[in-house]
Write a protein of this length. Structure first.
Length: 141
């Protein structure tokens, strides 16, 4: 499947030649914004965590979807995008004294989360989602 067919709003992507990481947020047909004169469509990429941050337009073939990376690599990329230092991930024993099992959903992609099977971000303590999101990005949206 082509990268364009795999792109969905909110996906973490990296530009293959320029190296920037961002969130895919749709397509544009405005030829003045295209990265290459041979493009028939442009991919909008938000390159900062806030709504006022800059967007770039990339050629579809220049974007790499980061969902194929390991969970740890997706989390590192997500924190790099946010400008937050990566401190690691950890497995939690919800049966340890003073702990209780936590279940919730991801604020970013809405997937179910359970700390008895999922790991958590050392930086914020939130359960880490398979999309790479944790609490570090929650207040920056």
């Amino acid at each position: 499947m082509s990268e364009v067919g795999r792109l969905r709003e909110g996906m973490l992507v990296r530009h293959k030649t320029q190296g920037y990481i961002g969130i895919f947020d749709g397509f544009t047909r405005n030829r003045n914004l295209f990265e290459s004169p041979t493009d028939s469509i442009g991919c909008r990429v938000q390159v900062g965590p806030g709504p006022q941050d800059k967007r770039r337009v990339a050629s579809p073939e220049n974007l790499e979807v980061l969902t194929d990376l390991s969970l740890e690599e997706r989390h590192k990329a997500q924190l790099a995008f946010l400008g937050v230092a990566w401190e690691g991930i950890r497995r939690v024993d919800p049966t340890a004294p003073g702990r209780h099992r936590r279940t919730t959903h991801c604020w970013s992609c809405k997937s179910s989360l359970d700390d008895s099977v999922d790991v958590e971000c050392v930086t914020c303590g939130w359960i880490l989602c398979k999309c790479g999101a944790c609490g570090c990005g929650f207040n920056m949206r």
